[in-house]
Write a protein that binds this ligand. Structure first.
Ligand SMILES: [Zn+2]
Length: 181
């Protein structure tokens, strides 16, 4: 048994000894609820099982960067440059690609010797449908006038969208740009 789980095992043994029914000397069967952590929870679950303790796994709300299906915004920390992208994969994986010089974000950081504000990545929209994600990305690119985007996105918005998007621009109205996270 790995050393890091040995202490837990000892602790369970200790509690079992103190809580045993003195008449039957049978271990009390109980249950515990554990948060899920990949590679750790399974081991702890087996450990509890060997002590006849049932485990319930509580799904955790994963970090926003671990979720899939997002339209996100990146900001340069040293100038006003912005980028909007979409990711059907976990956002964390997609963002790593922006560190490459072949990415417009990575290229900007390298050429201008600027720092991308990785600590303030904004999730602008959540969308699991691939088509709708493309539409949302295109709207955000147009809405935010993202200078680091090399094109207007995967989805080409009809020109009729221009007036609608412009009328929603917080610089033109009292409205505001919403973010989901
Ligand atoms: Zn910059």
């Amino acid at each position: 048994m790995p050393r890091k789980f040995q202490r837990l095992n000892n602790s369970i043994n200790s509690n079992r000894r103190s809580s045993r029914n003195k008449n039957t000397d049978q271990p009390n069967k109980g249950s515990v609820t554990l948060p899920y952590a990949k590679g750790v929870t399974e081991t702890i679950q087996r450990l509890f099982k060997s002590h006849h303790i049932t485990t319930h796994i509580k799904p955790q709300n994963s970090h926003k960067l671990d979720k899939s299906g997002a339209v996100y915004g990146l900001q340069c920390a040293d100038c006003d440059s912005t980028y909007v992208g979409e990711s059907a994969r976990p956002l964390r994986n997609r963002l790593k690609e922006h560190e490459r010089p072949s990415s417009p974000v990575g290229e900007h950081a390298m050429r201008a010797k600027h720092r991308i504000d990785w600590d303030n990545i904004r999730v602008l929209d959540r969308e699991s449908d691939w088509y709708r994600m493309g539409v949302r990305e295109a709207i955000h690119i147009k809405r935010r006038d993202c200078n680091l985007n090399r094109d207007q996105g995967r989805h080409i918005l009809p020109l009729s969208y221009d007036n609608i998007i412009s009328s929603c621009d917080p610089r033109n109205t009292s409205g505001h740009v919403t973010t989901t996270e």
